[in-house]
Unconditional design. Structure first.
Length: 471
């Protein structure tokens, strides 16, 4: 764990006691702060109290005693409206911080020789895969790498820092909203498309949050920017004009004069005098499809920015085992293969998986995002049949009506059973794809729980015959 520095002997309030909040509370205590915690859920308060943390009802507390409020990223900061803790903190002049900001300040306060390297990754889609891929490449090359943030373990729960460590951190827009002093050695902005607009007051607010990952970079730092979407192109042009850091554009759809790009599965490094082919991604079994080619280009550029050789980067790409819940084959029953893409929580993410299969049986639904699945209309002819679940099933049914066959199934187990019955009856090789294009919070705690429920449902179909499922 990383002890938080700079708040020794001062009182810090922590609101939100899920993974991030609890980890931050422990790290603050370890660093010498006096910590009080609160959550609106009784079970979360009980868990914190069982760990010895001090509960204090922040709705009735004297806020003048607090040096800071550590806010969990899931708590609204500005939109749709500020949470009541945010309003109380602002009224009392109490600074509002997130766990990434606590980490950043601790790094900045460390002696120069003890400061680790930091790679920070954000984007609408591909964050988790790219983060895991960078971590894998660094580990394979013998680096002391720690991976966390919005993936896996909260940043402050990672092993304590030293000068030779590399922290590879996935950052959500929610986390970036609460971060002001992070200075990544390598910052990645993969792509930008509409998402979480209710939490940021619209597209401009969302883009502003994403751009914060680049806020403090300067000479000697590297910015890796995806330029396959208009927002990324604009941001790359704007920061290039600032001319302070090394900027590496990346693309999975076109050759670019300077940067890293992929054409027809071949990865090219054009950061030198000429473009050099460095890897054949068609041989990388865990990186199928154009979206994964963008992830690979980004990871390659990032580790090169850390000083790894081109060969070390290419070797790591080839040996990457893949990421759970992202186009993960979890089993096969007879001629039917089941693909878990639960991480696809919006239409753009679902497009990446849907584009990878000529025909598929589609399980979709949950809590819909703005725009629903309207943007996927060009892919509807690939759908053998859709099996709809959750809050979105009626809206998705209306969108698909007359364009693709569908059934309203309500729950994920029912959808898996129905999809398997019809896919197996076809007598052909078939893919059942869970790529929900929705958040999971109507029926599950998160996309990971949804993915595990899918895996369990597949394993329960025909347990003796199921193959390929991973524990």
């Amino acid at each position: 764990m990383i002890p938080v520095r700079g708040l020794e002997g001062r009182t810090v309030a922590v609101f939100g006691l899920a993974r991030t909040g609890l980890t931050a509370a422990r790290a603050l205590v370890l660093g010498g702060a006096k910590v009080v915690v609160w959550d609106e859920k009784p079970e979360s308060r009980a868990a914190a109290q069982a760990e010895g943390l001090e509960l204090l009802d922040l709705s009735t507390a004297d806020w003048s005693q607090f040096a800071a409020l550590m806010l969990s990223p899931g708590v609204p900061l500005t939109h749709p409206k500020p949470h009541w803790t945010v309003e109380k903190a602002k009224a009392a002049g109490v600074e509002i911080l997130g766990d990434i900001e606590l980490f950043a300040r601790t790094v900045n306060a460390a002696p120069e020789h003890k400061r680790p390297k930091i790679v920070a990754i954000t984007g609408t889609n591909g964050k988790s895969t790219t983060t895991a891929l960078i971590g894998h490449i660094c580990a394979a090359a013998g680096r002391d790498v720690r991976v966390g943030g919005n993936i896996g373990q909260g940043v402050l729960g990672l092993d304590d820092m030293h000068g030779g460590a590399v922290y590879v951190l996935e950052l959500s827009s929610y986390q970036l909203d609460l971060t002001s002093s992070l200075k990544p050695d390598v910052a990645l902005l993969l792509n930008v498309s509409p998402d979480h607009l209710d939490r940021h007051g619209g597209m401009e607010g969302y883009v502003t949050a994403k751009r914060r990952i680049l806020l403090n970079q300067g000479k000697g730092d590297t910015a890796v920017i995806g330029v396959d979407d208009p927002w990324g192109q604009r941001i790359c042009t704007e920061i290039t004009a600032a001319n302070r850091r090394t900027i590496v554009p990346i693309s999975a759809s076109k050759a670019i004069g300077r940067g890293v790009y992929v054409l027809q599965g071949l990865l090219y490094d054009a950061t030198g005098e000429r473009a050099v082919e460095v890897a054949d991604l068609l041989r990388a079994r865990s990186l199928p499809g154009r979206h994964n080619w963008q992830n690979a280009a980004a990871a390659y550029a990032a580790v090169r920015g850390l000083g790894l050789t081109s060969q070390e980067a290419a070797d790591g790409l080839m040996s990457f085992p893949g990421l759970a819940h992202r186009m993960e084959t979890v089993g096969a029953v007879g001629r039917v293969r089941f693909v878990n893409d639960s991480k696809a929580t919006n239409a753009d993410a679902a497009r990446q998986a849907m584009s990878s299969y000529p025909k598929f049986y589609w399980i979709a639904g949950g809590v819909p995002k703005a725009g629903g699945i309207d943007s996927l209309g060009d892919l509807f002819p690939r759908i053998e049949k859709a099996y709809l679940i959750g809050d979105a099933q009626d809206d998705f049914a209306a969108t698909l009506d007359g364009k693709a066959q569908f059934a309203k199934c309500g729950t994920l187990p029912a959808a898996v059973a129905a999809a398997y019955a019809e896919a197996s009856a076809s007598g052909q090789d078939a893919v059942v794809l869970l790529s929900p294009a929705c958040a999971s919070f109507d029926q599950f705690a998160d996309f990971e729980e949804r993915g595990e429920a899918f895996r369990a449902a597949v394993q329960g179909l025909n347990r003796p015959a199921a193959k390929g499922a991973r524990a």
